[in-house]
Write a protein of this length. Structure first.
Length: 375
């Protein structure tokens, strides 16, 4: 057995969801005044409204953009957007990993829209962004959580587009710079963006998206939890904290704590810098070890949050590496997503300390040498 590294990560939580809690997190520090109270009470609405307002402020959303809390995590937010907004135009859908393919399936197999163009790429690559028709509505993930491949910037999105851009940014929000003037609908979840608790999604709408909602009535039945309009007008209460269904006020307190931490760090710029520092630690290690590779084939498309790696070993030995790291208490839940190529996936979002990522790297070599004798 090779010698174990001397330094271990202080927090070994590198799962890509639920993600690590913020540094210094203490559940005892949460504002729990709303526990056992109605979310419709003055206090409940105040806290829910604050979650929407602080999200908009810290993300730096443009005037007129709205933020709402919706059910069912990022999945609920994406599907609410698809069911509520699509059908007025053709659709271009982009997919290069599991979740993008899920939204394609929703559009093609569930909504059964007639004018759909799908642009796919295998794990590790992006489709040709230059083919996208912005006369259509465009549905895409900013970051492929299960492949570690993200779009490199927003310049490919037409500023004078006729259609809407609907962006699943759940593993990009608060850790990557998003060009809000190019995004009409954005979704994410607390449990990825800032290490919050699960089950709640966030839906960001631009004025153009609101105009679509108020001018387009989808031809299919709309479940109650997807309804964003009443009498042809936006249900503005959703974007002031009057949620469609009952939220967990404990989770709300947890998210408000995470937002306060994000603000104290310096907002999105500082959080993105933390994620980039973690990615750089992985890049330096990969460059020095020829048995380890990024799944993302182009360095410009490497995710700084869901960092996906491949190992020059059979799949079962790679899984064995992940089990060894968990048993040693240095890295939990870092095996690749079940649909992705065998490998390791290390969450490097803003709530992970870059020092912990640096401490983890020698342990990857220890695990590799342990399962193959250094061959």
């Amino acid at each position: 057995m090779p010698q174990r590294p001397a330094v271990i990560p202080q927090v070994p939580n590198f799962s890509s969801g639920p993600c690590a809690k913020r540094p210094g997190y203490d559940v005892a520090a949460l504002d729990l005044r709303a526990l056992g109270r109605s979310h419709r009470s003055d206090l409940g609405k105040e806290l829910l409204g604050r979650a929407c307002q602080e999200t908009a402020r810290i993300l730096g959303l443009p005037p007129g953009y709205r933020v709402g809390i919706v059910p069912a995590s990022d999945t609920g937010a994406v599907e609410m957007a698809l069911w509520s907004l699509l059908g007025a135009r053709g659709v271009d859908a982009l997919a290069w990993e599991t979740f993008g393919l899920t939204w394609v399936s929703d559009i093609v197999n569930q909504l059964r829209l007639p004018n759909v163009t799908v642009y796919k790429a295998p794990y590790g690559q992006l489709p040709d962004l230059g083919q996208v028709n912005f006369d259509h509505d465009v549905v895409f993930p900013w970051n492929g959580t299960t492949s570690g491949v993200c779009v490199p910037h927003g310049d490919w999105i037409a500023p004078d587009r006729a259609g809407l851009t609907i962006c699943d940014a759940t593993s990009a929000a608060f850790s990557m710079h998003l060009p809000w003037d190019r995004i009409d609908v954005c979704t994410f979840s607390w449990q990825k963006a800032l290490g919050g608790e699960g089950a709640h999604g966030m839906l960001v709408l631009s004025p153009r998206a609101v105009q679509r909602l108020e001018s387009h009535t989808p031809p299919w039945p709309m479940p109650k939890i997807f309804r964003l309009t009443a009498g042809g007008k936006l249900m503005e209460g959703i974007f002031r904290g009057e949620t469609i269904n009952t939220p967990s006020m404990l989770c709300v307190a947890d998210y408000l704590d995470a937002l306060a931490w994000a603000d104290a760090q310096g907002g999105v710029a500082a959080l993105a810098a933390r994620s980039r520092a973690s990615l750089e630690a992985v890049e330096h290690f990969v460059a020095a070890h020829d048995w380890l590779h990024f799944l993302a084939q182009d360095a410009a498309t490497r995710s700084c949050t869901s960092v996906c790696l491949t190992v020059d070993l059979p799949a079962e030995q790679v899984r064995q590496m992940a089990r060894l790291l968990a048993a040693a208490g240095v890295a939990y839940d870092i095996a690749a997503y079940k649909d992705a190529p065998a490998g390791l996936r290390i969450w490097c979002g803003a709530t992970v300390e870059p020092a912990d990522v640096r401490a983890l790297m020698p342990w990857l070599a220890w695990a590799y040498e342990s399962v193959c004798g250094g061959a």
